[in-house]
Design a protein around this ligand. Structure first.
Ligand SMILES: [Zn+2]
Length: 279
């Protein structure tokens, strides 16, 4: 029944599939409705959600480990002067909060939309200033792209981003280390890419995102394509019907379920048993 759509990241710089496994379906069915109430419409942003159990060091995430049916909707490359406000209307009508990976130069061009993103409870995060592949800009360019974007976001909205997404998903060990160590930002990739930038039509985008959802999943989309905006109401409707709630990326990270104390030092049988129990 499920159509597995092998998908390539923009410019083929990395590969990300809408990860679907049989276990996800089982989790979905057994867990449906158990946490369907997480629609944070009436909550004042991230502050009300549980804090991480322990201080967290920046890391890279393609998804967030959890069994609860919660996903993060993420939208890249805006703000767009017409489409982002339309999307914000849809999210507000549905009581859903999302995460916007904004391009710094677009924040400079459309500051009022950036402020609206924050004022309506969404997360705003760093997607560089000029949208280069960070693997090809060198150390100085990397520094400039991230710092200038964090600055324009903070100056414009009063909110300092805590995570970023590399354009095209382009990353390597050098870039990752600099982002985590020098900038203290989490690197957020995705667990599902509907390839909406190829403009396959709203129905296809909707189906891919709904099929690609999983507990702790991070759904990629772009608020610069009309078909994506058109797909969003159906995506929300379908995922709510499946029992999913929605969270920003930071909220999702705060809700992540960590493994118990590392059992590596325990005897082999006990360790094996414990490890399988948390998977
Ligand atoms: Zn992008």
């Amino acid at each position: 029944m499920k159509i597995l759509t092998p998908v390539l990241c923009v410019a083929a710089l990395s590969v990300a599939a809408c990860a679907q496994e049989k276990s996800d379906v089982a989790l979905l069915r057994s867990g449906a409705g158990s946490t369907a109430g997480l629609h944070p419409q009436s909550q004042p942003a991230e502050g009300q959600l549980p804090a991480p159990r322990a201080p967290r060091v920046p890391a890279q995430y393609n998804e967030v480990p959890m069994s609860r049916p919660i996903v993060a909707l993420t939208f890249d490359d805006g703000p767009h002067p017409e489409l982002t406000p339309q999307l914000l209307d849809i999210l507000r009508q549905n009581g859903v909060r999302a995460t916007f990976y904004v391009i710094g130069r677009n924040v400079a061009a459309y500051p009022e939309i950036a402020r609206r993103i924050v004022s309506e409870g969404h997360e705003i995060a760093n997607h560089t200033y000029n949208h280069p592949a960070l693997t090809s800009v060198g150390a100085a360019g990397l520094q400039r792209e991230l710092t200038s974007t964090t600055q324009i976001i903070e100056q414009t909205t009063g909110r300092r981003p805590t995570n970023m997404r590399p354009p095209y998903g382009a990353i390597n060990d050098r870039v990752r280390a600099a982002i985590l160590r020098d900038h203290g930002l989490d690197v957020i990739m995705w667990s599902c890419d509907p390839l909406d930038w190829k403009r396959p039509g709203a129905q296809v985008v909707r189906q891919r995102l709904v099929d690609g959802a999983k507990p702790g999943g991070i759904l990629l989309a772009h608020d610069i394509h009309p078909g994506t905006i058109e797909a969003v109401p159906g995506v929300i409707q379908d995922l709510k019907a499946k029992g999913y709630g929605f969270a920003t990326v930071s909220q999702l990270l705060a809700l992540r379920e960590t493994k118990p104390a590392q059992p590596a030092q325990l005897s082999a049988p006990a360790a094996a048993g414990e490890q399988s129990a948390v998977q």
